[in-house]
Write a protein of this length. Structure first.
Ligand code: ZN
Length: 667
């Protein structure tokens, strides 16, 4: 399972409390933002900390990132059976075209190719609809002598219009362009797997169908063509395995060696029991600094949700962020004891959770270039239940998202004054990360239900109330001197940056994600609106100088928010936290409904229109993805790696063309 960052991104202090966090000393002049095309903004991520790893760890990463890059073509083919052929025709044209490269046709073609690379195919990575070429069919066919069949796939909007069709009532396999089934109907595929599942282990079922194409022969026989080193995708998988074998020699402990060994065995046999053994070893292998995902993993690309797309990420622990979460966890009882919540609702023995924070070193397959910011694996239900799961947040990616939003104009457009903008620029990052840590490590784990209270008592309002509880816990404690004492914040002013950001987001900017005229539905958004509008309403006339604690100010027709009394705002957060905890502890459904419906759902139409107009004027690309860094190994005469360096200068097209050249074998 994946946590994706939402399409629309706000500046650091206004970011949703997505579950991650890290304060990183920034490399001077690191360029987070790269080129933009169509609806996409390309970014870069900084693998800071890599240089501090040992040579053995760097060498392990080097081999694992090679293994990560070798699966790229598999995904292109999984996404559609013509994707690789189209990519090859187009890359050839792109490199060899000697006509006018500034012509409208060529420029439109270049954008199309960049989109194809981004989506690993001819369908949109997010919406899954086929791209409409803005260059002419005549021009393209004249340049490439591309076969009629391929031209139809590219240009005819009726052919393969969607990669994944989820429309009820249609044959989802026949109407989806993804390449997981050949010649079978949805009914045939469902019947096939119903039988396979019925015949298999019911208690600990393997994930049937996840690593094969379901094929119907000319004589009507239906069978699975396995994706193994000797089967389908055999050449690519053999290269993956070759690099995994090199990596295995540099594993950090015996368990990790076993993990890599099991993965190799599974790629060679396709045996799903071996896959389960591999995931169990993987989930239990928590000691090493370096970790990875490599394989057929998520099934979002199959309309039946069985076939898994190939992906890889190689990563290492973020030691600084982990120290931070460990500090919070170690003091969990202090935070519980000192919260404004009534004593009867507090936990006598609270255990903080240490969030695992990692840094991505390479992204591959279905995690590249568009990626997730959090990963929770494995997906097998019984493995999760019996052996647990690894849940991580990817700090350097989230950080890159936040940094890249810095220059997008959001901050200047929506912040009330220069003083506030300065606070956000200075402390937005550190306080956002800490907010997330407090929310995840302490907020969700604090408090208790009274005996006999049903944990589902708040029904549809439960998740909004739960998120509000965790957010309020974070907001209340961000302003506590304890955090400065623990060395987690630089001073007693820094928290203000988060207060401004959170209130501005909750009152104004988060509604850019909602269509005009509609209400807020998503639980995290409802929670943020609830907190902000409740504090706004309950702080009227309560500031030290008799003003409102939070003021909505109009200037030249634009709405801004201004916090007049930070200490009073903290008290309001404390009051609301106590009430929200009471609601949760006692299962007070009516109070939950009343709070959420009053403050968390409705949007003022005129304000909504104003915010949407201001946002549209900023022209921010809705989707983002990452260019990978390049790893270079230096070797001695015997071929042993003596050093691994990292660089960030490769361009997007350059990278894609290199991957196509160096990590591609005709199957
Ligand atoms: Zn949460």
């Amino acid at each position: 399972m994946k946590k994706f960052i939402k399409a629309l991104l706000l500046p650091p202090a206004m970011m949703i409390a997505s579950c991650t966090g890290n304060v990183q000393p920034q490399e001077e002049g690191f360029n987070y933002i790269d080129e933009r095309f169509a609806d996409i903004q390309m970014l870069r991520y900084n693998v800071d900390g890599f240089d501090s790893l040992t040579l053995k760890q760097k060498t392990l990463i080097y081999h694992l990132q090679e293994a990560a890059l070798w699966g790229r073509d598999i995904l292109f083919d999984q996404n559609g059976r013509y994707n690789l052929e189209i990519r090859r025709i187009m890359e050839k044209l792109y490199m060899e075209y000697d006509g006018d490269r500034t012509s409208e046709d060529f420029k439109a073609f270049e954008v199309y190719l960049k989109r194809l690379w981004f989506s690993s195919g001819i369908h949109h990575h997010y919406g899954s609809e086929k791209f409409i070429p803005e260059f002419s069919r005549e021009w393209f066919v004249a340049q490439t002598a591309c076969p009629e069949e391929i031209a139809e796939v590219i240009f005819n909007p009726e052919v393969m219009p969607k990669r994944v069709n989820q429309a009820q009532g249609e044959d989802l396999i026949l109407t989806s362009a993804c390449n997981y089934y050949q010649g079978v109907t949805q009914a045939e595929a469902e019947a096939f797997y119903a039988r396979v599942k019925a015949e298999g282990d019911q208690l600990r079922p393997v994930m049937h169908g996840m690593n094969s194409t379901l094929v119907k022969d000319s004589d009507g026989t239906i069978y699975e063509e396995r994706w193994t080193t000797k089967g389908k995708y055999g050449k690519s998988l053999s290269k993956v395995v070759e690099n995994l074998k090199l990596a295995k020699a540099y594993a950090e402990d015996e368990k990790q060696q076993e993990v890599i060994g099991k993965l190799i065995e599974y790629y060679e046999t396709g045996d799903l029991h071996t896959f389960d053994e591999y995931t169990i070893a993987w989930v239990e292998n928590t000691a090493p600094m370096v970790d990875f995902v490599n394989g057929f993993t998520e099934s979002y690309g199959d309309p039946l949700g069985m076939k898994a797309s190939w992906e890889s990420i190689v990563n290492f622990k973020d030691t600084e962020a982990t120290k931070r979460t460990e500090k919070l966890s170690a003091n969990a009882q202090w935070f519980e004891d000192n919260s404004p919540v009534a004593a009867e609702f507090k936990k006598e023995n609270v255990k903080g959770i240490t969030a695992k924070v990692i840094k991505a070193a390479i992204l591959g397959g279905d995690l590249y270039p568009s990626t997730a910011i959090g990963i929770n694996l494995p997906n097998s239900n019984w493995v999760r239940a019996e052996h647990g799961s690894k849940s991580v947040t990817i700090a350097n990616l989230t950080h890159a998202y936040a940094e890249s939003s810095n220059g997008n104009g959001m901050l200047d457009e929506f912040v009330y004054s220069q003083a506030e903008a300065d606070l956000i620029r200075q402390y937005g990052g550190v306080t956002d990360d800490l907010h997330t840590d407090l929310h995840e490590c302490l907020g969700h784990g604090s408090g208790k239900l009274l005996p006999g209270v049903d944990s589902e008592a708040l029904k549809a309002y439960g998740s909004t109330i739960e998120e509000a509880r965790a957010d309020l816990f974070a907001l209340y404690y961000l302003a506590d001197p304890k955090l400065v004492e623990l060395g987690l914040l630089p001073n007693n002013e820094a928290y203000k940056a988060n207060y401004i950001g959170q209130m501005q987001n909750g009152l104004l900017t988060q509604i850019v994600r909602v269509k005009l005229g509609e209400e807020i539905e998503e639980a995290h958004m409802r929670n943020r609106a609830l907190i902000a509008y409740w504090a706004y309403a309950n702080g009227k006339g309560k500031a030290e100088n008799g003003k409102d604690v939070i003021e909505m100010v109009k200037r030249e027709g634009k709405t801004y928010i201004c916090i007049n009394d930070y200490a009073a705002l903290r008290n309001l957060f404390g009051q609301l936290l106590a009430e929200i905890q009471r609601i949760k502890s006692t299962g007070d459904f009516d109070a939950a409904r009343n709070l959420v419906e009053t403050y968390g759902v409705k949007i003022d139409y005129n304000l909504h229109k104003e915010i949407l107009d201001r946002y549209a004027a900023l022209d921010i690309a809705p989707y983002k993805g990452f260019i990978n860094p390049v790893y270079t190994a230096t070797k001695d005469e015997a071929g042993n790696i003596t050093g691994v360096s990292i660089s960030y200068t490769e361009g997007y097209a350059e990278q894609m063309l290199r991957y196509s050249k160096d990590y591609s074998v005709e199957e």
